[in-house]
Design a protein around this ligand. Structure first.
Ligand code: PRP
Ligand code: 7HP
Length: 185
């Protein structure tokens, strides 16, 4: 097995641990204000959004329910979206009549969210909004109305804080740009 030096494979730190922490607190405050007095369910899309969801839910000060879905859109080891979205894990509870906030790590082409939004709308939530840590608008193929954005980032392939390449690097505490040599061979 070849060994991976995670830090060496990162060309540049795009968002430090401190920057991420401050932004997540700010988003949590905003969401707590916006949803005060309502019945909020956070639906996180695994696996990439796991650290963001864990930190965001604890920075929200109103009562929330959580649910988890897992989908796959980047088939195998690749930096390109396949456009084919598969539901690997569905919601555990009904969201009918609930205010739902979909929590994502990154919106790239928008194909994953486009699919998920249609799927979740079919379950008749009272409202459905989106919160993403990262937005990469240069790559968008479908327009998606995004309600909460942590950071808008350039068109670079990033890893860390949940984001992977070939299932690795998710446990980095920062978001960094992966060296192109790592994925171009
Ligand atoms: C990543 C990411 C988003 C999606 C964004 O998920 O978590 O869900 O891709 O890309 P798009 O806007 O181009 O559709 P991935 O399928 O890699 O699964 P993961 O969360 O398990 O890493
Ligand atoms: C998916 C994804 N996963 C990791 N890093 C990126 O830059 C990505 N864009 N879309």
């Amino acid at each position: 097995m070849t060994s991976v030096d995670m830090e060496a494979d990162v060309a540049e730190v795009l968002l430090s641990e401190d920057e991420i922490r401050a932004k997540v607190l700010e988003l949590g405050r905003q969401i707590s204000d916006d949803y005060a007095g309502r019945q909020l369910t956070l639906v996180s899309v695994l696996k990439g959004s796991l650290p963001f969801m864990a930190d965001l839910m604890r920075s929200i000060t109103i009562p929330v329910r959580i649910d988890l879905m897992e989908v796959s859109s980047y088939g195998g080891i690749t930096t390109e979206s396949s456009g084919l979205v598969r539901i690997l894990k569905d919601l555990s509870s009904s969201i009918e009549g609930s205010d739902v906030l979909l929590v994502e790590d990154i919106i790239d082409t928008g194909l994953t969210l486009n699919y998920l939004l249609r799927y979740l709308r079919g379950k008749n939530p009272a409202s459905l909004r989106i919160c993403t840590l990262l937005d990469k608008p240069a790559r968008r193929l479908v327009e998606i109305p995004v309600d909460y954005i942590g950071f808008t980032i350039p068109d670079r392939f990033v890893v860390g804080y949940g984001l992977d390449y070939g299932e690795l690097y998710r446990n980095l505490r920062f978001v960094g740009v992966l060296r192109p040599e790592v994925y171009s061979g």
